[in-house]
Design a protein around this ligand. Sequence first.
Ligand code: PLP
Length: 380
Amino acid sequence: MGRREEPIRVARSSMPPFEEYAGMIRELWESRWLTNMGDFHHRLEGELKQYLKVSGGLSLFVNGHLALEMAIQAFGLTGEVITTPFTFASTTHAIVRNGLVPVFCDIRPEDYTLDPEKLESLITERTSAIIPVHVYGNICQVEAIEEIARKHNLKVIYDAAHAFGEELEGRGVASFGDASMFSFHATKVFHTIEGGALAYGDFSLASRIEGIKNFGIMDEETVAQVGGNGKMNEFQAAMGICNLNHIQEEIGKRKLVSQQYRRRLAGMPGIRLCPERPEVKHNYAYMPVVFEGFSKTRDEVFEELEKIGIYPRKYFYPCTNAYQCYRGQFDPEATPVAQRISREVLTLPMYADLPLETVDRICDKVLIVNAKNKNFCRSR
Ligand SMILES: *Cc1c(COP(=O)(O)O)cnc(C)c1O
């Protein structure tokens, strides 16, 4: 019913206890070291390396997008980069802003990640890399992708913005490919207000990557690269240290929310949820639901939820290859699965302190049969 309450949005930032954060940043009033790789920066870097099981290097950034943009520069990519259009603006923009051409590969209908079977035919002599996306935390077909990459001598940089802390058969998700970008934006499972990181297997890249994020400055008199400013500051790093202290509880609470959604929605005719792979340690970052032959369209469900103060997101719609800024450059119909899913998907509210009763309220509204769709059976 149209209860007047706080709107329920798709995400809500988790916060550490106020005193915990305040206690940490108090030190900054003493040290006056606010940015440029201070103590908190180094501490968070070390803690994340351990948590993410990174064996090579890890560099922190002011946000995830710059981590990806600067990774593309650091790896010296050229020409064409194969990626997917079913992602956030950042992935495609990072390629284009480096002066490279994105080539769009379609996604798998099962989990919306890059379809390796459609990958090889897109490779040309200009291709230098593949940037797949672990979308919604669904880990890509890493083996198949990397086998093709090896065969054609291509770099693989994962957009792992959604996959923080995930593992596949006990291996940290950051161990796949040449590098992985994580986003620590306020709406993500783990956040530093804004922030991000690049994890990479080859530790010898560390000085190049650290250089690019600090204007290419190597020492007081040497500017060796045309870098930018991608540094994470100490207030961000302190927030990260605090949030990392509570990450297990955070993911545990998300799991309960996810389970409640699944109890209510799994197996319903016309509703498709992401697969839960037993070999994957999940982070429960998002709750995407695909309406495929459901009694209502995605847009109808969206509007009905909005009427009761619940604000899901059409995430990802439109596909990046259909953006206004790219009009005429790409053919969205060339990636028909991505195009279809983007019209059918809705990501429902998902965050650690989302009450399970609210999940029920959302599911009730999703499942209720419209008067005009009465012929469609509701089976519970
Ligand atoms: C959040 C996100 C990014 C960018 O992260 P920011 O930290 O916001 O810059 C990139 N790719 C995907 C898929 C994301 O969801």
